[in-house]
Write a protein that binds this ligand. Structure first.
Ligand SMILES: C[S@@+](CC[C@H](N)C(=O)[O-])C[C@H]1O[C@@H](n2cnc3c(N)ncnc32)[C@H](O)[C@@H]1O
Length: 264
């Protein structure tokens, strides 16, 4: 299962792939988590900075920190959002003091943390007692339309490898119940779950396709690993599966969200 290494990609490729949904999803996650002006916040697994940017708009750069193990993403985040405290670090070892934040958020990240429970505990450690820890994950098995259609096409073109890499199967935390269990196991209280929906517009199918052969994310890594003939077959199967072509279209994506309070 490719994790962090599939995100050592260019910010441009990420932005054109799932990053297209990130800003709208971030606005929904911030609302769900109850982030208010005046709070100090941390974005864990910030990527090129979509959620970080929405937090900066609401709170100001001085109240926002961000962390990600991908150097190109942290560089992009710093360049896009001057004044934020952006660090190259994974969720398992956050270089921040205990109780440093009122809210710690992470968007589409927990499935990429090698020890998810340790990562969520670390997010709780840097959040003050009574503060919140909140996250979202894609509904990979269902209504994240782009990724569901991608893995269905991958299974058609290469049944064995496609099934083994399908994020709807391999991701550990893929629904509200699993997320709530993870949050409680990490010691969080008053745990609530919800559903978030975001959408993205595409000029045409090639606008959707181009980041995939660059290897961005698990789907991109799978696409890049195929020999040319199978990659062309995947291109055609995905286009057919989505029922789109040379004109503009829009896709929606569903994510599950979770929020809990740090005890004390
Ligand atoms: C799907 S992207 C989400 C990026 C961003 N949060 C967004 O919503 O656009 C997953 C992110 O998790 C990061 N990541 C991978 N392993 C991680 C870890 N152990 N701790 C924190 N973040 C990690 C990746 O580098 C990548 O930026």
């Amino acid at each position: 299962m490719p994790g962090a290494e599939s995100f050592r990609a260019s910010a441009k490729a990420y932005d054109s792939f799932v990053g297209r949904y990130s800003r709208e999803l971030a606005t929904a996650l911030i609302d769900f988590a109850g982030v208010q002006p005046g709070m100090r916040t941390l974005d864990v697994g910030c990527g090129p900075g979509a959620l970080t940017g929405v937090l900066v708009g609401l709170l100001g750069a001085a109240r926002v920190a961000a962390a990600d193990p991908s150097a190109p993403f942290v560089d992009a985040c710093r360049a896009r959002l001057p004044g934020i405290d952006a660090v190259e670090a994974g969720a398992e070892a956050l270089p921040f003091a205990n109780d440093a934040f009122d809210a710690t958020l992470s968007q589409l990240v927990v499935n990429f943390i090698p020890d998810g429970e340790a990562g969520v505990r670390e997010m709780a450690r840097v959040t003050r007692p009574g503060g919140v820890v909140a996250s979202s994950v894609w509904d990979y098995a269902g209504e994240m339309t782009l990724l569901r259609a991608f893995w269905d096409a991958a299974r058609e073109v290469d049944p064995e490898r496609g099934a083994a890499a399908d994020e709807g199967v391999v991701m550990r935390w893929c629904n509200e119940g699993e997320l709530a269990e993870l949050w409680r196991a990490a010691g969080l209280r008053s745990v609530r779950t919800g559903t978030l929906v975001a959408s993205a517009k595409y000029a045409d199918f090639d606008d959707l396709w181009w980041p995939l052969p660059t290897g961005v994310g698990p789907a991109g890594a799978f696409c890049e690993s195929l020999e040319e003939g199978k990659r062309a077959a995947l291109h055609d199967a995905l286009r057919r599966g989505l029922g789109v072509g040379d004109g503009p279209f829009e896709l929606t994506a569903r994510a599950w969200s979770v929020v809990g309070r740090v005890p004390g």
